[in-house]
Design a protein around this ligand. Structure first.
Ligand SMILES: *Cc1c(COP(=O)(O)O)cnc(C)c1O
Length: 816
């Protein structure tokens, strides 16, 4: 290993890590990685050592007599023994079973307990990870206990299961360190709980979840009398790689598995099938009976290099532990020191009950604005992602930890669920309470400058100097004098490039939007989800062209002329499509949209090749009725309304946007019928004003195309006075001879950062928008609007309403 690292001087530790990090973690160049489940990234020298091993040696499936097979078997046993040593676990007292992750270890224990005569009772501590809570579904009786219960129990004043004599055996699970807020729980609980088993014929087993603790702290199982019966953890949390978990079993509790029913290749000595059914389970070693099938042997073999590299880079787990706990202190102090201009704190940090509790290097918190209202996590996420601050937000797979931190009642969590909140989707606010937290979690390679960078980021984006002015709209202007339609665009395929309507061409406006806007979408062949630029920015490079003479939509790919183009007939000829419509799901309210998939191999492979993603072109049924519709996404935002209070906490129970939307979805279908998709409009003066802000912050201007508007308004004459953001105040406007109703400001996400010419992601304009156009925690730019057809249809214009570039724009009604 080339890294020469002066470990042992504690005061140089940080500086040393900084230096080492440049060599070992090239992927951290621009990123601040503070996310759990991998806070320790695999070091470069470790991966090189492993790669070298794989190149030079032949390893075979361990269940045979060949040389390569024996080599694998030997290496696996070496790793087993080194891991036991790492955790101070004496091999005569413990066995170590390889599993795929912590969760799989928990399931294996659950499987054993379930096969005991009479089943089992299950109790888990409130701070447990979801993966442990699930065991309750297999138990005869189950309960959750908190710190107070635990104390009473340990003092002999209570028992976990009083009236469950029919179920003699009990499993008690707890976490060594909460992955939610870092709080640590005494490992001595294991013995104490075992000891307070009430009746002699019943046994209580303990299951310790060490996944979070072991990532950055020593796990010491040397005292086997006190140790938990079962300990589970995931190795990727220690070393970043491999993605393998272990279950460490105290041999004294090994009998739990003796009635396990399932056997697989690897866990039996002989199997007879056919007329007779008989098998002989392996009897000698516990791990031989529990490791069903072929172990991930290449992965396991890498662990030796992982342990070696970890030692060279970080010295010991004890050193990692003290280093990361220093970082925690630095962060907590920093968070407490962050104040808004009026002295209100920015952060509410969870899990600090004090009374000497010990904490691991994890901090959970929420942000509040200057008036004390919570900041939406979804909005925080967007800005954090943009700034490459990799932290996690949400419920953290910690139902108990979350509920107690946020004082959420079960009915509130259920209501949030009904409102569309899910694990893994954007979290937001409900009735003035956050529904999740922001979690920072440090690993061995984290440094003091990560903390500083993160604190600076919070300061930069979330500290407010002055309370909001009750009339935020400083640019309130009655005027729309001299405005005209500067450009018109439709986006025939959702999330792809625009088709610009040439000057002189009249374009039909329908109640559901501009003609041909978002008629098609691309669907991922694997997941069935509509593709979005948010995830696949290269979609911007797909240039559609509507050719009415040929009757085709022609698509080419900017920058890849050799791909040629795809021609999609505009007609709805049923022969083009698969027989049955398919549902594609959007994440909003579990709604699904029905589409027709194209059959043509040529068309589909054009898109798949252009994007490098297996996908299929799909078309929305004509008319967009019912479930086939493109849903509405607009409503008047509160900041746009005059005479209302600004920033009422929790007043925007917005629903997360589907991954396929171009703009953020607002309250679903509240104002519009469900078959309408509004027109998105921006004003060039607003883009210019924003660009001034962007330039003032030292970045380059963005063009109007970034905002993917259908209509851009610009001044009609040279000298016409411009009023940036005046559109915020409009209620209804007239373009040429057509009336439009304004539906509300357009909520924005990082998608505006995709350069529509190159498909590359930038930091702007979202960075500046987040500072200058954030209201109630959300970022707005541009407005949605809807065509209001005239009720009388006598003239040609009334029957076939159109607009075109150069049409005059007048404001008919405004919020004042
Ligand atoms: C990460 C984690 C788990 C889950 O680990 P998997 O590898 O996803 O099975 C369980 N408990 C705690 C405390 C964790 O931190």
């Amino acid at each position: 290993m080339e890294v020469d690292f002066p470990w042992r001087q504690a005061d140089e530790y940080d500086e040393g890590i900084e230096r080492m990090r440049k060599i070992e973690y090239p992927m951290l160049q621009d990123a601040t990685y503070l996310d759990h489940a991998g806070t320790t990234l695999p070091a470069k020298s470790f991966m090189e050592t492993f790669a070298q091993d794989m190149i030079l040696n032949l390893y075979g499936n361990p269940h045979s007599a060949s040389g390569p097979s024996q080599r694998s078997a030997d290496r696996i046993e070496n790793v087993r023994s080194r891991l036991l040593t790492l955790f101070n676990a004496d091999p005569s007292e413990y066995d170590l079973v390889f599993v795929s992750n912590t969760t799989a270890g928990v399931k294996l224990v659950s499987e054993g307990m379930r096969s005991l005569p009479g089943g089992f009772n299950f109790a888990h501590h409130q701070a447990c990870h979801t993966s442990l809570v699930g065991v309750r579904e297999e138990a005869q009786h189950a309960r959750c206990f908190d710190d107070e219960d635990a104390e009473q129990l340990l003092q002999g004043g209570a028992s976990l299961f009083d009236d469950c004599a029919d179920t003699p055996d009990t499993l008690v699970a707890f976490t060594a360190q909460s992955h939610f807020d870092g709080k640590r729980y005494p490992l001595t609980w294991a013995r104490d709980i075992r000891d307070c088993s009430p009746a002699s014929q019943s046994r209580t087993y303990t299951l310790l979840d060490a996944a979070s603790l072991a990532a950055t702290s020593p796990l010491d199982l040397s005292d086997h009398d006190r140790a938990p019966d079962f300990t589970v953890l995931s190795l990727y949390k220690l070393f970043g790689f491999p993605d393998v978990g272990v279950l460490i079993v105290r041999l004294a509790a090994g009998s739990v598995f003796s009635r396990r029913k399932y056997f697989g290749g690897g866990t039996v000595d002989m199997v007879i099938t056919g007329k007779e059914q008989w098998h002989a389970p392996k009897m000698d070693l516990l791990h031989e009976r529990l490791e069903d099938g072929t172990l991930p042997f290449h992965n396991i073999i890498s662990v030796e290099a992982a342990i070696d590299t970890h030692q060279v880079l970080y010295g010991s787990m004890a050193q990692v532990s003290s280093h990361t706990s220093r970082l925690r202190k630095q962060l907590v102090n920093g968070l407490h020191a962050l104040e808004h201009g009026n002295g209100n704190p920015l952060c509410k940090v969870y899990g600090e009950a004090g009374n000497g509790a010990d904490f691991g290097p994890i901090v959970s918190f929420n942000l509040r604005n200057i008036a004390g209202a919570w900041l939406s996590l979804a909005e925080f996420d967007k800005i954090a992602t943009l700034k490459q601050m990799h932290v996690r937000t949400g419920g953290m797979c910690s139902p108990g930890g979350l509920a107690s931190a946020l004082c959420l009642q079960p009915w509130e969590m259920k209501r949030n669920f009904s409102a569309g909140l899910r694990c893994g989707t954007d979290s937001d606010l409900t009735d003035g309470k956050p529904s999740g937290v922001i979690r920072v979690s440090f690993g061995a390679m984290s440094t003091a400058s990560d903390v500083t960078r993160f604190l600076d980021f919070l300061k930069d984006f979330f500290i407010e100097d002055e309370p909001p002015n009750p009339t935020i709209r400083t640019t309130l202007h009655a005027s729309s004098r001299g405005l005209q339609v500067k450009s018109l665009s439709v986006f025939p395929i959702k999330s792809c490039g625009p088709f610009e309507i040439p000057p002189g061409v009249r374009w039909e406006v329908k109640r559901e939007g501009l003609a041909w806007d978002r008629e098609w979408c691309l669907v991922h062949r694997g997941s069935g989800q509509a593709l979005s630029q948010k995830r696949y920015p290269q979609m911007a490079l797909l240039k559609p062209e509507l050719d009415f003479e040929q009757g085709t939509l022609r698509i080419s790919c900017r920058g890849t002329p050799q791909l040629g183009s795809a021609e999609v007939p505009l007609s709805l000829n049923p022969d083009l499509f698969e027989d049955n419509p398919r549902q594609i799901s959007s994440r909003v309210c579990g709604e699904s949209i029905s589409t027709h998939y194209y059959k043509s191999q040529r068309i589909n492979s054009f898109f798949s090749e252009a994007l490098g993603i297996p996908c299929t072109l799909a078309r929305f049924p004509a008319g967009g009725k019912g479930s086939g519709s493109r849903s509405s996404k607009a409503r008047i935002q509160q900041y746009q309304q005059a005479n209302t209070h600004q920033r009422l906490p929790g007043s925007f129970p917005d629903i997360p946007s589907p991954p396929d939307s171009d703009s953020e979805v607002q309250h679903h279908g509240k104002i519009l019928l469900s078959n309408e998709s509004p027109i998105l409009m921006i004003q060039s003066a607003s883009v210019a004003a924003l660009n001034k802000g962007i330039e003032a912050r030292g970045s380059g201007r963005v063009d109007e195309a970034s905002f993917r508007a259908n209509i851009v308004f610009g001044p009609s004459g040279q000298d016409d006075e411009e009023h940036p953001f005046a559109e915020d105040t409009w209620r209804s406007i007239r373009i040429g001879s057509q009336d439009f109703k304004l539906l509300g400001a357009c909520r924005r996400c990082q998608m505006v950062c995709v350069d529509q010419q190159t498909g590359e992601k930038r930091q702007e304009p979202y960075s500046t928008l987040a500072k200058t156009r954030r209201f109630d925690g959300k970022v707005y730019f541009g407005c949605h609007m809807r065509h209001e057809p005239s009720t009388i249809r006598r003239t040609a214009e009334e029957q076939w309403p159109t607009i075109q570039v150069g049409d005059r724009v007048t404001v008919e009604d405004m919020h004042i």
